[in-house]
Design a protein around this ligand. Structure first.
Ligand code: UT7
Length: 322
């Protein structure tokens, strides 16, 4: 038997308001045709005044707990990935903890932008396997609409708000049983200037706006994602042919296609939600995972690989059996 973190429930939440490309084209100089052709995005959800990163995270977490059939009181660890916390501090994870009523355990945020959920999952997995807690909530939640420059058409059309959550439980399982099998994480701070926010509490005392050199990020994304996916599989003696599903970070349909092609993965094995949700940063992987679990594609026993790449740069992949 081997100690693993087993996924026992998933959940997600989106703001009430959906915004189509056509609606955006009334505010900025863009078109549905350009956005669909270059990115695959057709729609995104945008928060109203009474919605924020914590409310989305709480809704996603409640749905994940419900799917797992467990009470919030048994959650001893909450790791929340976000680049758009409700406040500079306290950690948004502590707001979620209080709303769920599981106070007293461990709760903190992780900042790795679009790779945040992969970082959070890996941290929670390590802590569960070393006995720091027996059940964890891992959440990716973002409100990028609040850090976008709505006059910059090269970025504002690409992102949306949302949250996704998973419940993990430490269990002793057979080697071919369920759980997280392997994870790999990377960061390379040399590329900070390609994707960043031009403000922050420690410098400008403002929140700032997202800035991105999209074409260069695109190029790095395909190379890094194909590499880390290949490495995580090779590390456990598997190949892309063994994979049932890839749940990628949803930044651009063309990145999903190029990465799958590089690895020889058929497009039918790639979960795609970028058309509906746009890029929701740390929320995109758990949102896509929950979508595919709920619509019945991802089933118990399936071998699933999650991957993401984002600002920093940061990137990573996790392999798990459901
Ligand atoms: O989640 C973190 C990771 N982020 C990513 O992975 C994003 C990666 N990058 C991308 O997805 C793509 O590079 C973009 C979607 C951002 C841009 O696509 P592209 O094919 O690289 O286009 P481009 O930046 O080379 O721009 C092509 C043209 C430009 O016009 P000119 O210079 O050729 O006249 C832009 O001004 O498209 C123009 N353009 C637009 N036109 C209409 C840029 N944004 C828009 C827009 N609507 N929204």
């Amino acid at each position: 038997m081997i100690r693993r973190s087993v996924l026992i429930g998933t959940g997600s939440a989106l703001p009430r308001r959906a915004v189509s490309n056509a609606e955006l084209a009334q505010q900025v100089d863009t078109s549905d045709e350009w956005i669909v052709e270059r990115t695959g995005i057709r729609n995104r959800h945008i928060c109203a005044d009474d919605e924020n990163t914590a409310t989305l995270a709480i809704d996603a977490a409640r749905r994940a707990l419900e799917a797992a059939g467990i009470d919030a009181a048994s959650i001893g660890l909450i790791v929340l990935a976000t680049a758009t916390p409700n406040q500079t501090f306290p950690a948004t994870a502590t707001i979620v903890q209080d709303a769920l009523g599981c106070n007293g355990g461990i709760a903190f945020d992780v900042s790795a932008v679009c790779s945040g959920f992969l970082y959070a999952l890996s941290v929670a997995d390590s802590m569960l396997r070393t006995g720091m807690a027996s059940r964890a909530l891992v959440i990716g939640a973002e409100t990028f609409s609040r850090i976008l420059d709505w006059e910059d058409r090269t970025t504002c059309v690409l992102f949306g708000d949302g949250a996704g959550a998973v419940v993990l439980e430490a269990r002793d399982v057979a080697p071919d049983g369920p759980g997280i099998l392997a994870s790999q994480l990377h960061a390379d701070g040399a590329h900070n200037e390609l994707l960043y926010v031009d403000g922050g509490p420690g410098t400008t005392a403002t929140v700032g706006h997202l800035r991105m050199k999209g074409r260069e990020v695109f190029r790095h994304a395909v190379v890094n994602l194909a590499q880390v996916l290949g490495d995580v599989l090779e590390g456990v003696g598997l190949s892309s042919a063994d994979i049932d599903w890839v749940v990628p970070h949803q930044a651009n349909q063309r990145i999903l296609d190029a990465t799958a092609k590089k690895l020889g993965l058929p497009p039918e094995k790639v979960i795609v939600t970028v058309d509906r949700h746009a890029n929701t940063s740390a929320a995109s992987v758990p949102l896509a995972l929950d979508t595919a679990v709920r619509d019945g594609r991802i089933k118990p026993g399936d071998l699933v690989v999650l991957e993401a790449m984002g600002g920093g740069f940061t990137w990573g992949a996790s392999l798990l059996r459901i």
